[in-house]
Design a protein around this ligand. Structure first.
Ligand code: SF4
Length: 343
């Protein structure tokens, strides 16, 4: 009998800027100071190195520039250029850079295989004084919902998700957030996966981890109580969302046993595994592919590489360039003896 497949993507992250006008209290990503954008040479060097390592997905992850800032245009051009260059280097972009205008999202949809934005939580309390989103205007719940709906109207294969442990009510808010995603998907059928991302208290800020590359990566850890909350959320998500929507859990934030348990409860995707560095949680090490594969095999699962756009959305590609690359990567994975098939 064929074993159930747990998918992953071979991805590398390119960051147009670490500047961000929001001030989420839990942020480990943003850097203080003026807007500094990645240069064209640095983009080209990163993409060449990624292509040489057989990377398929370029995750374009950026801090945000205020929509009315005079610098918005140059920031957006940089984001667009990273996507364009990734395609030229033979890789498929997936952009997640915060809320976008209709025109911006539409333009990016032509150079992306899929796009994403975390809903995080529908809890309005997170935006109140003392809450983690009090100084983060783009985390406005109505705005995040509008973005998910806009992506649906534009027919963009979309990834969203919940950030857990940031002060939400663990039953009421989590259920409400998942129900909202299920509802918007019922309307537009565009959600390809949801990420259930547990925030790990005690993570260091980027400033504190600037030399993280020289340090030993930390062992993934999650308290029993947080793990139980994650398991319950996976269970609930699987019950509320159709099977066609994959549930992703991050493989570097928990131990192998916890990963396997999430999979048994309905998670079917582990996100980017070939990445050089997790830009949001830079200190947490990913398990090796062999240890992951062995742990899953014991319970009857096997790893399978996927593209940044899930198979049921291949026909949604907005440009011939993206379509052609999707076809090439799909065939390549199917034919490769070393890469597992696309589930
Ligand atoms: S929006 Fe993202 S990058 Fe900006 S402060 Fe919040 S968590 Fe950090």
């Amino acid at each position: 009998m064929a074993r159930a497949v747990v998918s992953y993507s071979v991805a590398h992250t390119v960051v147009p800027t670490y500047f961000c006008f929001n001030r989420c209290t839990y942020c480990t990503f943003r850097q203080d100071g003026a807007l500094a954008l990645i240069g064209a040479d640095a983009v080209a060097a990163e993409l060449r190195a990624a292509r040489a390592q057989d990377v398929c997905e370029i995750l374009v992850l950026s801090g945000e520039v205020h929509p009315r800032s005079a610098q918005r245009e140059s920031w957006f051009k940089t984001v667009l250029n990273v996507c364009d260059q990734a395609l030229k280097h033979g890789m498929l972009p997936h952009t997640n850079v915060g809320p976008l205008s209709w025109a911006e999202m539409d333009q990016l949809a032509h150079v992306n295989a899929s796009m994403g934005l975390m809903l995080e939580s529908t809890s309005p309390a997170l935006q109140l004084k003392g809450g983690p989103h009090f100084r983060a205007p783009s985390k406005d719940v109505a705005l995040r919902k509008q973005q998910l709906e806009q992506a649906g109207k534009l027919r963009v294969p979309f990834t969203t998700g919940l950030l857990l442990n940031i002060g939400e009510h663990r039953e009421r808010d989590t259920r409400d957030s998942l129900q909202y995603i299920a509802q918007v998907h019922r309307e537009y059928s565009h959600i390809q996966e949801i990420i259930l991302q547990p925030f790990q208290p005690g993570q260091s800020s980027r400033a504190e981890t600037s030399s993280a590359d020289q340090r030993s990566p930390m062992t993934p850890r999650m308290s029993e109580i947080d793990a139980e909350y994650l398991f319950e959320t996976v269970r609930l998500a699987r019950a509320l969302l159709p099977e066609s929507v994959a549930i992703q859990v991050p493989a570097n934030l928990m131990d192998l046993g916890q990963i396997v348990q999430c999979v048994e409860l309905g998670a079917s995707d582990l996100g980017g595994l070939g990445i050089v560095r997790d830009e949001v949680n830079p200190l947490y090490a990913f398990p090796s592919m062999s240890s992951l594969s062995n742990a899953l095999a014991v319970r009857g699962f096997q790893l399978g590489m996927r593209l940044p756009v899930h198979k049921s959305f291949y026909s949604w590609c907005r440009s011939a360039r993206v379509s052609e690359l999707v076809r090439e990567w799909h065939e390549r994975i199917q034919q490769s003896a070393t890469l597992l098939h696309v589930p």
